[in-house]
Ligand binder design. Structure first.
Ligand code: DGP
Length: 110
C-alpha cells in the first residue's frame, strides 16, 4: 500500500502546496507547531535520510531555505528538523524535513 506522503505527492490526498520542483514537494503541516510549519518531502519514497542520496537531502535543505525566504521567516531565523525512527518522533515513514519558524524555538527541544 502507498504511504500517506506518496498519496499526497500523487494528489490522492489534498495538501496546501507551497513549493514544488522536479524532486521535492513542500506543503503545510496539518498540525502546525509554529506559525510557519512546512514539510519538504522527496517525490520518490525513502523511509528516512539514511536511505536517500545525500545530494537529495541537501536539495531538500536548499528548498527549505528558499521557502523560508519566500515565507518571510529567514531574517529572524528558523528551524529544520528530520525526525528519524520511533525514538526520533517519526510518525510518517516517508522522509520529510520540517521547516518551522515565526516564533522563538526552545533548545533543547522537548
Ligand atoms: P513526523 O512526526 O516527523 O513523522 O511528522 C509527520 C508530520 O506530518 C506531522 O507533523 C503531521 C503531518 N501530517 C500527518 N498527516 C498529514 C496530512 O495528511 N497532511 C499534512 N499536510 N500533514 C500531515
Amino acid at each position: 500500500m502507498k504511504c500517506l506522503f506518496c498519496r499526497i505527492v500523487e494528489g490522492e490526498i489534498p495538501s496546501t502546496k507551497v513549493y514544488e520542483d522536479e524532486r521535492v514537494l513542500a506543503f503545510r503541516d496539518i498540525d502546525p507547531q509554529a506559525p510557519t510549519h512546512i514539510l519538504i518531502i522527496p517525490k520518490v519514497h525513502y523511509d528516512c535520510a539514511a536511505d536517500a542520496p545525500a545530494e537529495l537531502v541537501g536539495h531538500m535543505a536548499a528548498a527549505a531555505a528558499k521557502i523560508a525566504e519566500a515565507e518571510g521567516i529567514a531574517a529572524d531565523g528558523y528551524r529544520m528538523v528530520i525526525n528519524t525512527g520511533e525514538a526520533g518522533g517519526q510518525s510518517v515513514k516517508h522522509l520529510h524535513l520540517h521547516l518551522l519558524g515565526g516564533r522563538s524555538m526552545q533548545w533543547p527541544p522537548g
